[in-house]
Design a protein around this ligand. Structure first.
Ligand SMILES: Nc1ncnc2c1ncn2[C@@H]1O[C@H](COP(=O)(O)OP(=O)(O)O)[C@@H](O)[C@H]1O
Ligand SMILES: CC(=O)N[C@@H](CCC(=O)OP(=O)(O)O)C(=O)O
Length: 316
């Protein structure tokens, strides 16, 4: 006849079963998260996502690594991510170290002949190879492409607050895009990582291009399903100092009004202009999301409402 188990053995057995139960429950939860991704995988496999990764969101190396890992995941899932990166903060730091002061007009850096070599060195010598390395460390097939191999530029003349033209130096607008290197990489399931520099039409000299404008120029050609700007704010806010004033969705017209009425300033101005530019060229949706949030990109792509601000063409 079986003798009853002593109480301590029953407790132990019970604990083992509940531990196993909670482990299985956790695994089941993980499996349902993966299954939840199914509609997005079906919708977005083989689709291009243009990701503009701003220098403002590059402060924390751990977050940068996490973001690169998430983009490697997109690549592994069969999406076609393309990264255009910035590096404004790092450029300003390098200029300061060289004894040069940073000046911006309407969000664009005044770039003297002395400054352009610092811009090039920072973008092509430090930031671009750094991101490519991180990408590869996670098993991704990233390739660095200097913007000068893609973008053809023309010098821009900006206007000061009184409307007078001002020369901002070696700064360009993108007037042409040679996308072969990008499309060739995408065909091989390799993720292009592009720096924001252009080759000046005629002289072939490098021009400093605002990374938001470079991303929009590439978006005009590639027509991604989404153009996503990753920066250091939750999105466009009515009051930039108060995250609770985040605007979830704006149309092109409303976004322009935000510039005109002064709600938006500094680096957010070229971001909005370039978003509108991309929408005008046929990109369906542009998003502004917060790079300080872990898995920010996945939250945008794999959730029904997304995060941050979306800029859309027409009234909802
Ligand atoms: N209304 C606004 N909502 C959100 N951010 C704004 C707004 N107006 C100005 N900004 C500024 O725009 C900045 C983002 O632009 P920028 O510094 O150029 O970033 P990035 O390096 O990502 O391109 C934010 O850090 C914020 O200070
Ligand atoms: C002309 C111009 O302003 N070029 C930018 C290029 C880098 C950039 O745009 O970086 P973020 O995306 O981090 O702002 C600059 O020199 O800062």
């Amino acid at each position: 006849m079986n003798r009853p188990l002593p109480p301590f053995r029953i407790n132990h057995l019970y604990r083992c079963i509940t531990d196993m139960d909670s482990k299985i429950t956790r695994l089941i939860e993980q499996a349902s998260v993966i299954v939840g991704a199914l509609p997005y995988l079906q919708a977005y496999r083989d689709k291009t996502f243009l990701i503009k990764f701003g220098g403002s969101a590059m402060d924390d190396p751990r977050l940068v690594k996490k973001l690169m890992r998430d983009i490697v995941l997109l690549e592994a899932l069969g999406f076609n991510p393309v990264i255009v990166h910035g590096g404004g903060k790092a450029i300003s730091k390098a200029m300061m170290e060289a004894g040069l002061e940073a000046h911006f007009i309407n969000g664009l850096r005044v770039t003297t002949p002395e400054a352009i070599s610092i811009v090039e060195r920072t973008l092509s010598g430090t930031i671009n190879p750094g991101l490519v390395q991180m990408f590869r460390d996670f098993g991704g097939k990233g390739v660095g492409i200097p913007g000068t191999e893609i973008f053809v530029g023309e010098r821009i003349q900006e206007k000061d607050e009184q409307g007078n033209p001002v020369d901002i130096g070696e700064v360009g607008n993108v007037i042409g895009c040679l996308t072969e290197r990008v499309t060739e990489a995408l065909e091989l399931q390799i993720t292009p990582i592009v720096s924001p520099l252009a080759k000046e039409l005629g002289t072939h000299k490098p021009l400093n291009v605002n990374a938001d404008l470079a991303a929009a120029a590439l978006a005009r050609e590639l027509k991604p399903v989404k153009l996503i700007y990753i920066s250091d704010v939750p999105g466009i806010m009515k009051d930039p100092s108060d995250p609770s004033t985040l605007i979830k969705s704006v149309t092109r017209t409303e976004a322009l009004e935000l510039i005109e009425n002064g709600t938006v300033s500094g680096g957010m101005i070229p971001k909005i202009h370039s978003a509108i530019d991309a929408l005008n060229a046929g990109v369906r949706k542009v998003h502004f999301i917060d790079g300080r949030l872990p898995h920010t990109l996945l939250l945008e792509i794999f959730t029904p409402d997304g995060i941050g601000t979306e800029v859309i063409r027409e009234q909802r």
